[in-house]
Structures are given as structure tokens and as C-alpha cells.
Design a protein around this ligand. Sequence first.
Ligand SMILES: Cc1ncc(C[n+]2csc(CCOP(=O)(O)OP(=O)(O)O)c2C)c(N)n1
Ligand SMILES: [Mg+2]
Length: 367
Amino acid sequence: MPTNPKTNRTGSRPTSRRAVARQLPHGLTAQQCREMYHKMVQIRHFEDHAAEAYAQAKVGGFLHLYIGEEAVAVGAIAAAREDDHILGHYRDHGYALARGCDVQACMAELFGRETGICHGRGGSMHLADAKRHFWGGHAIVGSHIPIGAGMAYAMQYLEEPLVVLDFFGDGATGNGIFHEGLNMAALWNLPVVFICENNLYGMGATLAEESPVSDMMIKAEGYTMPAVQCDGMDVLSVYGAVQQAAEHCRSGKGPFFVEALTYRFRGHSMADPELYRDKEEVRRWRELDPIPRFGDFLVQHRISSQQELAQVNEEAEAEMLEAVRFADASPWPDPSTAARGVYANPIDPEAAQEALTLAADPAPAAS
Ligand SMILES: Cc1ncc(C[n+]2csc(CCOP(=O)(O)OP(=O)(O)O)c2C)c(N)n1
Ligand SMILES: [Mg+2]
């Protein structure tokens, strides 16, 4: 047998990076995989720093961490078009960063600064970025489910080939508004992917305490909506499920329900002492951490080396340190602008005063 350095012992060529990439699932390229890993790492580091800043009283209001669930936002949003619409609940840092929102502007928003992505008016629960078609960040559980259906109706009406990804938790499926949203979406055949993050808890309530069924996808059946369950700790599983769902919606077949089985490693919010679950359960789920798991996949498929993964982590850390510095140094919003952005067409204060005066002192009735 010739001793060609380009051949292995049995004479066949060693698999090249390109050849391995061709075998990737769901038609993904190696570059897309690297980007998904990068996004998950970015979110993890962002939230570690957000938690630290919260403990230093730099972040006002509530702070709900997405740590452990990164594969859901990243896999789902990577499977959508860049201009598809995104809505989510208050655990929203992952959606924003997965969609490519500016890291510094997101951090400054948590710090309540004028340079924040919503000029410091929204805080952690209300990140939004209209130019990236990311419509928030909703604090009222389930409130954005019919809003997502409404946006999907607009896409259908305007004949835009866009779909809506609407993320919510298992807890939201007990709200009336969830059923109204799914009902309307099914009746009107709307292009919306409902993505339920089943993380086993709604605040301190376990799944068994909050829902008569443990599989949330069963709830879609009542609306004749196709549904799949995916492994929310595996970015590839989420990608595949949402790719299928988005294709279905885009081809005019109506809504689709995706249930991602996931787990939050931290409490409901930073104010949660976590008395409702034991540490052993958390430890077992931490073993499924989506980031090292996908890192192993990248190394095994020779998409990235261990050194490259370490570099991604180092760069994300440096990026977040810079984001915290930026947020700290940013100015507070001017209090006189507090009402700006509350209404799309702000009420003219003089006209409002005139209307109030007239209402208080009506003209005498004609005799
Ligand atoms: C309409 C409404 N009811 C109650 C609350 C208080 N609340 C905030 S988060 C939450 C739990 C929601 O759990 P889930 O939907 O599973 O999302 P997760 O926090 O697990 O991501 C509740 C009850 C609220 N914000 N809105
Ligand atoms: Mg939940």
C-alpha cells in the first residue's frame, strides 16, 4: 500500500472538514453551527454579568435568567428568516441576543440608561427592537400569544411570506388568553409558530400543580394544530423542529405548535429562594447543559477545535465586561421625557386640557 500522507492506513482519504459538514443535520452548514454556539455562549455570559450587576443593585425591577434554556431561543431563531417576527415573555435576554440585538444596548437597558435598547424605559422584561422584528419582552403571562396571532394575521393579509415565532412558558398554557390565541390562529390559518418552553415550573408551581397534562403539545390538539416535541437542551433538536414548523406556516398551512423540553438552572427570578425543588434535580439537569453538549458535537464533527471554543468563551467574556462598562458609564434618561413612546400618536396636552375644562363646565342647555 502506498504511504501517501493524504491517505490513512486502510488507503481511504481521511474525512475533510467539508465532507463532515455535508453530513450535518437539517441542512445546516458548519458556519451556522459555529454561530449557534457563539450565540449560546454570548447569552450565558451576558446573564452571568446581569446577575452580578443585579446583586450590586445596578439593575432595577425584576431579573429572570434564561440560563440553561439558551438552546431554545438560539435553535428556534436560527431556523427562522431574519425578518420573521419574534415575540416572547419576560425571560427575554436570549431572544434579543439570538436575534442579533446590540449587546451593549441590551445591558444598558437592564441598567435603565438612555443608551438602552428601549432608552431605559423597559428594563430586563421589555427588551424590543423593531428594526430586527423583535417585538418584546412581555411581562403579563400569555399576553403576547394573541398579539402573535394578530401579527400573523397582518402577514397573511399583506401577503408577506413571513411567520411569527411566539415564545411562552408552560405556565402560560393555563391562561384563557392562550386558548383564545390558539383558537383564532387555527380558525384563520395564521402563520404563527407557538413555541412552548416547558421548563417544568411556573414560578414555584410544579407542572403537576399547574397543568392536568404534562405534555403541553396535547393542548394544541384541541385546535387541530400540528405539534412536535423537541429536546430543548439540544440546539439541533430545536432547530429541526422549528425549521419544520416555519416551513409549514410559510406554505400557508396554518399555525404549528412546538414544545421544547427544557429547564432553567437558576430560580424563577433573582428574588427566588428555590424552596420548591431539590438541588439534586438541578444538578441532574445541569449535566445536560446545552452549551458544552453542543461544544462536544462541534469538536466531534471537526467543526471547531477545543481551542476555538475556548476563544469564543474568552471573547464573549471580554464583550460582556465592555458592555457592563458601557452601561455603567451611560447617562440616565431625562425625567421630562418619561412619557415619550407611551402612545404612538401622543395626545396634545393643550387639547386634552381644553376637553377636560369643557367636560367640567358644560355649556348651558338650550332652552
Ligand atoms: C397574567 C399573569 N398572571 C400571573 C403573573 C405572575 N407570574 C409571572 S411569571 C409566572 C409564571 C409563568 O411560568 P411559565 O409560563 O412557565 O414561564 P417560566 O417563568 O417558567 O419561563 C407568573 C405566574 C403574571 N406576570 N401575569
Ligand atoms: Mg415554566
